[in-house]
Design a protein around this ligand. Structure first.
Ligand SMILES: Cc1ncc(COP(=O)(O)O)c(C=O)c1O
Length: 503
């Protein structure tokens, strides 16, 4: 049962008043109506309880508070409350207030059906919204455990440091931190991000170009809204990231799937398919999902094509901090001399995804445009976590955490590759294990990845099938295997289980 409390509020004259924390229900009182006011209040409460809008145990505002809110005298409110108490809809608790009676069922059966039941005829959603697949019901999207994609080693997160910084900022909440902020994000945090990106990712930027976003997904969406008109042809990697596909579909873009090979997006194939595309969306550091790194020659080809076609390049650099066999690869944005690349990054992989913080680097002349669009969507990012993370980065905890996790994930990745070799020999081709927290394996001909994944999910093994990540013909069958949340010691057993499911 929900606990509904009271709290003390200091009034303007400095006295302390007990204020009911109970929210007033929607009760309309019409002074001119023939029905007496106490009856209107009584009916309003009774109806709210019967419909389930007010639930058992929920606190009711005091008679005084309700009278003030309705702008009427307290007498009809007292009469209505007395009646509701007498009939058992309300109960009063000494010193605590008035509550919806706890002896009523938690969710009374409403005379008009339950709240989630659809009672009317057709009420169509927008056609645009129907181009996005329904919330995925495939079990591997939500499963957690061996091989689930996007899972991190959460147990290695520096909880103590994080909590200390969070507490520091919670303790010093001040009036300025309560107001609306800059749609680009807080200045302090943006300066910290810009310094990090210049150093660690060779991104050309200053703080004015950084927009703090709620994860890279918001940045992908913002780019589509700000830079592209409905019907604009855009290159996407094939196979590629499903949520990008959805964001572009929602924006009404015309998707041109461009094949990915061992060197990343095949630029020549893109030019053959649609030379005049308005943008190309790429994951050059660690292609999602195949994991390949875009070669230097492809990077230059892509920049050259974009210059010639007057197109944008959106660089989604979602997990490049974790690179195992070489130093992190410098960003594509750093090679661009024509302000054509929008760079996107996220804290979802380096810290944790529920943080919902990421950033984008916007060419200086487009900053105002992006800021204007962002204001329409969610005004500005929340301030608290920006302040916490700025300290976390400035005090060196971020760099330390990345170094530590790089070693841990490297161990897990090697254990996975080794276990695949020992269980499957050369029958499973492994690609893309040089960075990030996932790699891909290709199945031999004749096997169906979606069927195997469904079978595996019934045994709590989360094999994410590769073929749905393709838009074009002849998708390859295989799996995207996350290794972030499985320890090196557990890996051989997990791979044995995978072999038994595939067999
Ligand atoms: C290609 C790609 N981009 C971006 C993201 C991260 O999204 P977000 O920052 O919104 O959590 C992911 C997450 O898995 C991804 O695979």
């Amino acid at each position: 049962m929900a606990a509904w409390r009271q709290f003390n509020m200091t009034t303007y004259d400095g006295s302390v008043e007990k204020v009911s924390a109970a929210v007033s229900p929607v009760i309309a009182v019409d002074r001119k109506a023939p029905r007496p006011m106490h009856k209107q209040i009584y009916d309003g409460y009774r109806e709210a309880i019967v419909r389930g809008n007010l639930r058992s145990g929920q606190q009711i505002p005091s008679t005084r508070a309700l009278a003030v809110e309705l702008g009427i005298s307290r007498i009809p409110v007292l009469d209505a409350y007395a009646q509701l108490l007498a009939e058992g809809y309300f109960e009063s608790r000494a010193g605590a207030g008035t509550f919806v009676s706890s002896s009523l069922p938690e969710q009374p059966v409403s005379h008009s059906g339950n709240a989630s039941e659809v009672r009317t005829g057709t009420r169509p959603a927008s056609r645009r919204s129907t181009v996005v697949p329904r919330r995925e019901s495939e079990p591997w999207v939500y499963g957690t455990g061996a091989f689930s994609v996007g899972q991190l080693a959460f147990d290695h997160f520096p909880f103590q440091t994080w909590t200390r910084l969070l507490t520091r900022h919670c303790r010093k909440v001040h009036a300025g931190s309560l107001n609306y902020g800059d749609p680009m994000g807080s200045k302090d945090f943006r300066e910290t991000i810009a310094a990090y990106l210049r150093t660690a990712r060779a991104v050309h930027c200053d703080a004015r170009q950084i927009m703090v976003v709620s994860g890279s997904q918001q940045a992908l969406d913002l780019c589509a809204r700000t830079m592209l008109d409905p019907g604009a042809p855009v290159w996407i990697e094939d196979p590629g990231y499903m949520l990008l596909r959805s964001a572009l579909n929602l924006a009404g873009c015309d998707l041109v799937p461009v094949p990915v090979d061992g060197e990343g997006l095949n630029v020549a194939a893109g030019i053959r398919l649609c030379r005049q595309a308005k943008a190309a969306w790429v994951t050059p550091s660690h292609q999602y999902p195949l994991g390949v790194t875009m070669s230097a020659s492809r990077r230059f080809q892509l920049l050259e094509w974009a210059r010639g076609a007057g197109a944008w390049i959106i660089e989604d650099d979602y997990d490049s901090e974790y690179r195992y066999e070489s130093m992190p690869i410098a960003s594509l944005q750093g090679l661009d001399s024509d302000s054509r690349v929008i760079y996107i990054g996220t804290f979802s992989k380096t810290l944790f995804p529920s943080l919902r913080l990421g950033y984008m680097v916007i060419p200086a002349d487009l900053v105002d445009r992006f800021a204007a669009v962002r204001r329409v969507i969610d005004v500005c990012p929340p301030q608290l976590y920006q302040a916490v993370l700025a300290d976390f980065m400035r005090e060196g905890h971020y760099a330390r955490h990345i170094r530590k996790m790089r070693m841990l994930y490297s161990e897990r990745r090697s254990a996975l590759v080794e276990a695949i070799r020992s269980e499957f020999g050369s029958r499973l081709e492994v690609t893309g294990g040089a960075a990030g927290m996932h790699l891909a394996v290709m199945l031999p001909d004749g096997l169906n990845d979606v069927e195997i994944a469904a079978r595996a999910a019934r045994q709590n093994l989360w094999l994410w099938p590769l073929s749905p990540a393709y838009l074009g013909d002849n998708p390859r069958q295989g799996f995207i295997l996350g290794f972030g949340s499985t320890t090196a010691a557990e890996m051989p057993r997990a791979v044995k289980r995978m072999r038994s499911v595939i067999a």
